[in-house]
Design a protein around this ligand. Structure first.
Ligand code: ZN
Length: 379
């Protein structure tokens, strides 16, 4: 198998992905060069995991660490009289979609011989990276916001990772992790493009689960945009392999209280547009400074989709409605369902279209907060 290449979007450098790098010498993030992708005849159909798409992944060999991640259920439910498909990424091994990206990123890091790692996370990616590091037997340190849900902190600590709780904003947590890059490898799911190489399997999976068809619309809770970028990369590969002839519209759903992409979209900009960040119950997407703004905006425009910002008081009702459909998810995931209401009302999404809502994280991640939000008291 050929070695993948990094491309620097800022200075144009091309670097072999055969060494531990988390950014370019010029300071920019790195992206992976377009991969060859795969055709449906190459699917390893006996693998009930994302590894059924291993031929499309930029790895040198079979995975050294896996929990059988991927191949999550896609279920249909009635939502305000319209049939909607919900993709249950909440049923991943650590309870969130992050396992798709982490599995591929960690296996890449193991292939190139990385030792101790650290990472910053609002919780779910930290839990995912800590879990896979434990399985790989490599030391791991996770920087988290001090205000992250306790369940997420407990999940990280239980894997044996060192937890550093940082007071202040999400950006303060990132700064603390950046300051530690001399101590261990910065295995950041937001910087490392192999994470996106993993999330791209969501595109393959939806296509296969829909009978080798694409949906018309995909709604995704969006903080840094790794699912948007993964979907764009996966559908691009399928299109180049002539497996599909059109692309789904991608809708990035944000909490209006912290909506960097909504601000950039409103300003018609491909770079950071200033906005006021306020607290949100959707802690998993409270991202004041996404790394790949231009790439995410490009993917949304290519897909002819857009950005939806959900008001804080719309999240609880969506969470409650999902619960009554048997879909117990964390508030962050409920934002994508909340976005359905305005999109259906304004006719952007219609009943005759096929629409997928990606439910990114389990309700078990934040049961205490959900209890507060839904005013569930002790019996
Ligand atoms: Zn560069």
């Amino acid at each position: 198998m050929t070695i993948a290449s990094y491309l620097c979007p800022a200075c144009g450098r091309v670097l072999a992905a055969d060494r531990p790098l988390w950014r370019c010498e010029c300071g920019s993030h790195l992206n992976l060069a377009p991969g060859p992708g795969m055709a449906r005849r190459d699917i390893a159909s006996g693998e009930a995991s994302l590894w059924r798409y291993a031929p499309a992944l930029a790895l040198s060999g079979p995975p050294r660490v896996t929990f059988g991640e991927g191949w999550t259920p896609l279920v249909s439910r009635d939502w305000q009289g319209v049939e909607i498909r919900f993709k249950l990424e909440s049923q991943m091994p650590t309870g969130s979609f992050k396992d798709r990206g982490t599995a591929v990123m960690l296996n890449h890091l193991l292939e190139i011989g990385v030792g101790p790692i650290h990472e910053d996370s609002s919780g779910n990616a930290g839990a995912s990276v800590a879990t896979y590091a434990a399985a790989a037997g490599i030391p791991c340190r996770i920087y988290v916001p001090a205000a992250a849900p306790r369940g997420k902190l407990v999940q990280i600590a239980a894997s044996g990772a060192e937890v550093r709780a940082i007071p202040g904003t999400r950006q303060d947590v990132t700064e603390a992790a950046l300051a530690a890059t001399g101590e261990s490898f910065y295995a950041s799911h937001n910087w490392q493009p192999f994470f996106i190489e993993g999330t791209k399997t969501l595109a393959y999976e939806l296509w296969e689960q829909l009978g080798f068809r694409i949906p018309d619309n995909i709604l995704v809770p969006t903080g840094y945009g790794s699912n948007i970028l993964g979907l764009d990369r996966g559908f691009d590969e399928l299109e180049r392999n002539r497996e599909i002839t059109a692309r789904p519209r991608l809708f990035a759903v944000q909490a209006a209280n912290c909506a960097a992409f909504a601000a950039a979209w409103a300003a018609d900009a491909d770079r950071f547009a200033p906005f006021e960040a306020r607290p949100t119950v959707a802690d998993g997407i409270a991202t004041p400074h996404p790394v790949r703004i231009a790439e995410v905006m490009g993917a949304l425009r290519r897909s002819k989709g857009g950005v939806v910002a959900v008001a804080e008081d719309e999240i609880g009702p969506a969470l409650a409605a999902l619960g009554r459909l048997g879909l117990f998810v964390e508030p962050t995931a409920a934002t994508a369902a909340a976005a359905l209401t305005p999109l259906l009302r304004e006719g952007t999404i219609t009943a005759d279209q096929s629409t997928v809502v990606v439910l990114t994280g389990s309700g078990l991640k934040a049961a205490d907060r959900i209890g507060d939000l839904l005013v569930i008291g002790a019996a």
